[in-house]
Design a binder for this molecule. Structure first.
Ligand SMILES: Cc1ncc(COP(=O)(O)O)c(C=O)c1O
Length: 400
C-alpha cells in the first residue's frame, strides 16, 4: 500500500509542466472505446472516426511493396525525397494555382506533424494565436505546446469565419491565424471573398497564417477550394500551407504530410525535424509519390460516395427535430446542434454510447458544448442504423 502511493507521487512529479497541461485527443479516446466495445461483441455504430473507410488504392500499395523489394529502406533527406517534393510542386501548381520551389516544401509524418513543426518554429512564448471556433482538437494543444496562447474567435450561425469577428480579437501580441477550409468539424468552406477580407487584416497587422488544407479534395455542391495563399504575392509570403496524404488518398496510417511556405520557415522546419523524427518513413514517401503521379479515379469514387452519404444523412436529420444541422460543404463530418434535448454534448455522447451503442464526438472537444460531431466515413447501412438509434435516443430524452 505504502509502496503504491509513493510510486504514484513520484510519477506525478515526473511529468513536466508542459506535458501536464495537455489533454489527450477526445476523438481518439471515443474511437478506442467504441472499438473495444466491438471487440466484446457489441454492435457499435461508430460515427467518431476521422478517416476514410476505403482501403489505400492498389497502385499506392504496390509502389510501397516495390520500394521495400528494392531496399528503399535507408534514411532519406530530413525534408523528404526530392522526387516527392518535385511532384508536390506540380500538384500545388495544377490543383492550387501556386508556385513553389522544391526547397519551399518539407515532407512530414502526417498533417498533424506539419502543424506541430510550424507552430514550433514560428511561435514564441506568449504569442497569441487566433483560432476560429469550432476548431479541430489538436490545434489548441499544439498552440499550448509551442508556448502560444489560443485566442478563440467566434464564427457565425453556420460556423463560418468573418473578417470583422476576427478583427475584434487582434491585439499587439497576435502572431498567427489558423485557417481550416474545408473545416473539421463543421465542414464549412471559407469563400474567396471572405478570404480576401481576412487577408487584408493579416497584411495590415503583419500576422502569419497557417492554412490547413487536408480536406481540400472533399468539396460538394459545385463549391471550389481556394487556398488563401493564391490571392496575391503578399498573402503568399505570409501563408504556410499544411496538408497531408491521409484523407485524400485514404492513407491515414502511412503518416505522410507536407508543409509549403516561405523558404526561411521551411529551412527552420527542416532543421527542427532533422533532430526530432529525421525523415518521414521512406516507404511511405514512395507510396505518396505514386499517390500523386498515379490515377486519381479512386479519389473521385471516394468523393462521390461521401457526397451520397452526406445527402442521405442531411435528409434523415430533417426527421430528427432535436438536432439542427447546417449543410456541410466539405470534409466528411456533420456538426448538428442539440436543440430539443436537455443535455450538454459530453453527457449526450456518453449516454448514447452506453444505452444505444452509438459513438459520436461531443462538440465540447471542438469548443462548442451544444453540438455533436458525426463522421460519415462509415457505410450507408451503418449510417442508417445509427440514425435510427439517434432518433430513438432523442425521442426518449425529448424536452417537453
Ligand atoms: C483539420 C485536420 N488537420 C489535420 C489533421 C491531421 O491529419 P494527419 O492524419 O495527416 O495527421 C486532421 C486529422 O483528423 C484534421 O482533421
Amino acid at each position: 500500500m505504502v509502496l503504491r502511493s509513493s510510486y504514484r507521487f513520484c510519477r506525478l512529479s515526473m511529468i513536466s509542466n508542459r506535458a501536464s497541461k495537455i489533454e489527450a485527443s477526445p476523438t481518439l479516446a471515443i474511437d478506442a472505446k467504441a472499438k473495444n466495445m466491438r471487440k466484446n461483441g457489441i454492435h457499435v455504430i461508430n460515427f467518431s472516426v476521422g478517416e476514410p473507410d476505403f482501403p489505400t488504392p492498389e497502385n499506392i500499395k504496390e509502389a510501397a511493396i516495390k520500394a521495400i523489394n528494392e531496399d528503399f529502406t535507408y534514411y532519406t533527406p530530413a525534408s523528404g525525397i526530392p522526387e516527392l517534393r518535385e511532384a508536390l510542386v506540380k500538384k500545388l501548381k495544377s490543383f492550387n494555382g501556386l508556385d513553389y520551389d522544391p526547397d519551399q516544401i518539407s515532407i512530414s509524418c502526417g498533417g498533424k506533424h506539419s502543424l506541430f513543426n510550424i507552430m514550433q518554429v514560428i511561435l514564441n512564448p506568449g504569442d497569441e494565436v487566433l483560432l476560429p471556433v469550432p476548431y479541430w482538437v489538436s490545434y489548441l494543444e499544439q498552440i499550448k505546446l509551442a508556448g502560444g496562447k489560443p485566442i478563440l474567435v467566434p464564427t457565425d450561425s453556420q460556423y463560418k469565419i468573418h473578417a470583422e469577428l476576427l478583427k475584434e480579437k487582434i491585439t499587439d501580441r497576435s502572431r498567427l491565424l489558423i485557417l481550416n477550409s474545408p473545416s473539421n468539424p463543421a465542414g464549412t468552406i471559407c469563400e474567396e471573398e471572405e478570404l480576401r477580407k481576412i487577408s487584408e487584416i493579416i497584411l495590415e497587422k503583419d500576422l502569419w497564417i497557417i492554412s490547413d488544407e487536408v480536406y481540400e479534395s472533399f468539396i460538394y455542391d459545385g463549391k471550389k477550394h481556394a487556398s488563401i495563399a493564391s490571392l496575391n504575392q503578399d498573402v503568399y509570403n505570409r501563408t504556410i500551407i499544411s496538408n497531408s496524404f491521409s484523407k485524400t488518398y485514404s492513407m491515414t496510417g502511412w503518416r505522410v504530410g507536407y508543409t509549403a511556405g516561405p523558404i526561411e520557415i521551411i529551412k527552420a522546419i527542416n532543421s527542427f525535424q532533422s533532430h526530432v523524427t529525421s525523415n518521414p518513413n521512406s516507404i511511405a514517401q514512395k507510396a505518396a509519390l505514386e499517390a500523386l503521379l498515379g490515377s486519381q479515379n479512386s479519389v473521385r469514387k471516394m468523393i462521390d460516395s461521401f457526397d451520397k452519404r452526406r445527402k442521405y444523412i442531411l435528409k434523415r436529420f430533417k426527421e430528427i427535430s432535436e438536432l439542427d444541422c447546417n449543410v456541410p460543404e466539405g470534409a466528411f463530418y456533420v456538426f448538428p446542434k442539440i436543440v430539443g434535448v436537455k443535455m450538454k454534448s459530453m453527457d449526450f455522447a456518453k449516454k448514447i454510447l452506453k444505452e444505444l451503442h452509438v459513438a459520436l464526438v461531443p462538440g465540447i472537444a471542438f469548443g462548442i458544448d451544444e453540438n455533436l460531431r458525426l463522421s460519415y466515413a462509415i457505410s450507408i447501412e451503418d449510417i442508417e442504423e445509427g440514425l435510427n438509434r439517434i432518433y430513438e435516443f432523442c425521442n426518449r430524452n425529448i424536452l417537453h
